[in-house]
Design a protein around this ligand. Sequence first.
Ligand code: GDP
Ligand code: MG
Length: 163
Amino acid sequence: MANLVAIVGRPNVGKSTLFNRLTQTRHAIVSDTAGTTRDRQYGKCQWNGREFSVVDTGGWVVKSDDIFEDAIRKQVLVATEEADLVLFLVDAETGVTDWDEDVAMILRRTKLPVILVANKVDNSGEYYQAAEFYKLGLGDPICISAATGGGTGDLLDLVLEKL
Ligand code: GDP
Ligand code: MG
């Protein structure tokens, strides 16, 4: 699939919410329960007269920390194999977690363009919190609210620049 953008990140950061917003559908199930999205979900996004494909990669059920860790690695590796660009989604409400650091380490090794996206920045106070994501070594975090759509226009501009 040409021009494929993969959304990766640990459960509950808002991957499915972002997927639904970018594709303007409700195909991906949004849930408070971590691990709800079981299948990879593909869709199309149009922005400024261009079109690209998006995949919501969140496909696992969490049973234990070990399985969770393996599943995350697998998710990220599969995504980087097929994608042309990765949106690495993190959660500004919870801040940096060990899992984020794990995924960041894998993504720093790929040759693909990676955009670090801090989600759940619903108000200005959370912009300051998002600054801590610099330490993931993936450049400037782009602040968005997948729920309200805030910041997603700037994110889409950047996606088109890097695709
Ligand atoms: P996924 O597991 O990464 O696919 O995450 P989901 O898209 O299912 O979202 C997990 C939870 O985070 C749900 O309760 C969403 O409503 C919530 N959520 C997603 N995006 C935002 C956001 O921008 N702001 C806030 N406050 N909550 C969000
Ligand atoms: Mg999901």
